[in-house]
Design a protein around this ligand. Structure first.
Ligand code: 5MM
Length: 341
């Protein structure tokens, strides 16, 4: 199949009304942090048990079109020996892979961060594709302070995202481009809007420079929110309006889907904010959906507690959040739905 056809097929499977993406690509330090509060040690066996539970949850394929995996998971097998990517693919869920190698300081630019992992990326993608991955994800992270992100931080991160996306498309892998402006800090919603707008503008300039086909990528950004220590909270409607104002100004309509990250919001807030976007702006030119990690998994971890006998309750918790976010994608979520199983 020609590469453009391959990319288009993957996009059509991933971008569907009422569906979103499950981010289950926690790196080893992050999954250890998620397991710690429930007293589960992050061993290979426990990570496999937990992720196999997620991927086999009955009914999630009605609301989840793709799952982002960590490299270790891509090579693991379920109980019957079926590779986990195949377990997902058989259910009509597209397996993807996080390909960045984490972040660190941007040299000579205090407060700015940069993500590593471009060296050897084409070879790694060929291997991941052989293991079943059809899309990839790369995350750049921006902290807000009075001076950050700096113009250099914004341009260096955009360049990384664009180079990654170009390598992915060359290999027939759909890139998820994830720029996360962090919620940490006491900045206002207006400051988050200003930074997010600058970040998005630079990214789309860079994608254009690197010949990335916008039709064959997915954007995974933060919502526009006040910092978590800001004294004034914003309603879901205010967040939706501020978020869409920024994305209408910056994201070309050729991009098929914007799948938001949850970024430390509670599961209910993440769902309500997505719903407010779809209910308030039904004619947005892109699908507005989710690619949540914590907001889909928090209740699952609480139900599971590392015990096999809790697996069914944990799977039900995942199905519930997937269903409610599927409803939010259609603008049909109501807070009263939280009371149902
Ligand atoms: C699931 O967490 C992902 C991996 O993070 P690390 O590489 O830091 O372990 C993360 O990239 C995630 O895909 C996004 O941040 C969205 O997750 P949230 O929890 O913000 O919805």
């Amino acid at each position: 199949m020609a590469i453009a056809d391959e990319l288009q097929t993957t996009i059509e499977h991933m971008v569907q009304a009422g569906k979103g993406i499950l981010a289950a690509d926690e790196s080893q330090p992050t999954i250890a942090k998620r397991f710690a509060p429930i007293g589960v040690e992050s061993t290979e066996e426990n990570r496999l048990a937990y992720r196999a539970l997620l991927f086999t949850a009955p009914g999630i394929e009605d609301y989840i079109s793709g799952v982002i995996l960590f490299e270790e998971t891509l090579g693991q097998n379920g109980d019957d020996g079926t590779p986990l990517p195949e377990v997902l693919a058989r259910r009509g869920i597209v397996p993807g892979i996080k390909v960045d190698k984490g972040k660190g300081p941007l040299a000579l630019s205090p407060g700015d961060l940069i993500t590593y992992g471009l060296d050897g990326l084409a070879e790694r993608l060929r291997q991941y594709k052989g293991q079943g991955a059809r899309f990839a994800k790369w995350r750049e992270v921006y902290s807000i302070s009075e001076r950050n992100p700096t113009p250099l931080g914004i341009s260096a991160n955009a360049e990384m995202l664009a180079r990654y996306a170009a390598v992915c498309q060359e290999q027939g892998i759909v890139p998820i481009v994830e720029p996360e402006v962090l919620i940490d800090g006491d900045h206002s919603l207006a400051r988050c809007a200003e930074v997010t707008e600058a970040v998005q503008k630079e990214i789309f300039h860079a994608l254009h420079r690197h010949h990335v086909a916008l039709e064959h990528m997915i954007l995974k950004p933060n919502m526009v929110l006040p910092g978590k220590d800001h004294p004034v909270r914003a309603s879901a409607e205010e967040i939706a309006a501020a978020t869409l104002r920024v994305f209408r100004r910056t994201v070309p309509v050729a991009v098929p889907s914007i799948n938001f990250l949850s970024g430390g919001l509670s599961p209910e807030e993440a769902t309500a904010n997505l719903n407010a976007m779809n209910a308030g702006f039904p004619h947005a030119p892109w699908l507005l959906s989710f690619s949540y990690g914590r907001a889909l998994q928090q209740t699952v971890l609480q139900a599971w507690q590392g015990k096999a006998e809790n697996a069914i309750a944990a799977q039900r918790a995942l199905l519930k959040r997937a269903r409610l976010n599927g409803a939010a994608q259609r603008g049909e979520y109501r807070a009263a739905m939280e009371a149902s199983d």
